[in-house]
Design a protein. Structure first.
Length: 175
């Protein structure tokens, strides 16, 4: 089951929901560029929600082995995660909490151009990507984190199914 099919939204306001919907419409590479530009342009103002709560040991494949891949392999892994493809890396990502998923993207953004594949030289940002970046920049910090958490949580692959609610099954729990 692709994580994007799970209705688990961290975004509550109309502004944040609109930003998430705009991001959902972007292509895979536009989403990757957006994540890059969010961290590049906004710097430390957009950081993981709880950076000390996440340790690299929680995601050794993503925050260890990934750094040993060639730039083309890294890009393919990132694309697979964005697309929710069923791969080892995408499963490892899908198994993380939303905050830890943000840490992965943050760590990768910090390493871009050094230990992580960089955005291609001469890359032309699309108008759609610029528009979404502008939307995100106009949000306050908490809204930005909500959007990023929501978007990050839709990526990756997980075959874990959400637990049905009482309304869905029509039964009350019994002890």
């Amino acid at each position: 089951m692709n994580a994007s099919t799970v209705p688990n939204s961290h975004s509550l306001s109309n502004d944040t929901q609109n930003a998430v919907q705009a991001i959902d419409k972007l292509s895979t590479d536009e989403k990757l560029a957006l994540l890059y530009f969010i961290y590049e342009k906004m710097g430390d103002s957009v950081t993981p929600a709880a950076p000390t709560a996440a340790e690299p040991e929680l995601a050794p494949l993503l925050l260890g082995d990934f750094y040993q891949l060639s730039p083309d392999q890294q890009l393919n892994v990132m694309r697979a995660i964005v697309n929710g493809d069923d791969t080892d890396y995408s499963r490892a990502y899908g198994a993380l909490t939303a905050n830890n998923q943000l840490v992965v993207w943050y760590a990768w953004a910090v390493g871009m151009g050094d230990t992580i594949v960089d955005i291609p030289e001469g890359y032309q940002v699309t108008e759609a990507t610029n528009n979404v970046l502008g939307q995100i920049e106009n949000l306050d910090f908490e809204q930005q984190i909500s959007v990023l958490r929501d978007v990050a949580n839709k990526m990756g692959y997980s075959d874990v199914k959400p637990i049905q609610t009482q309304a869905e099954v029509g039964k009350t729990s019994s002890f």
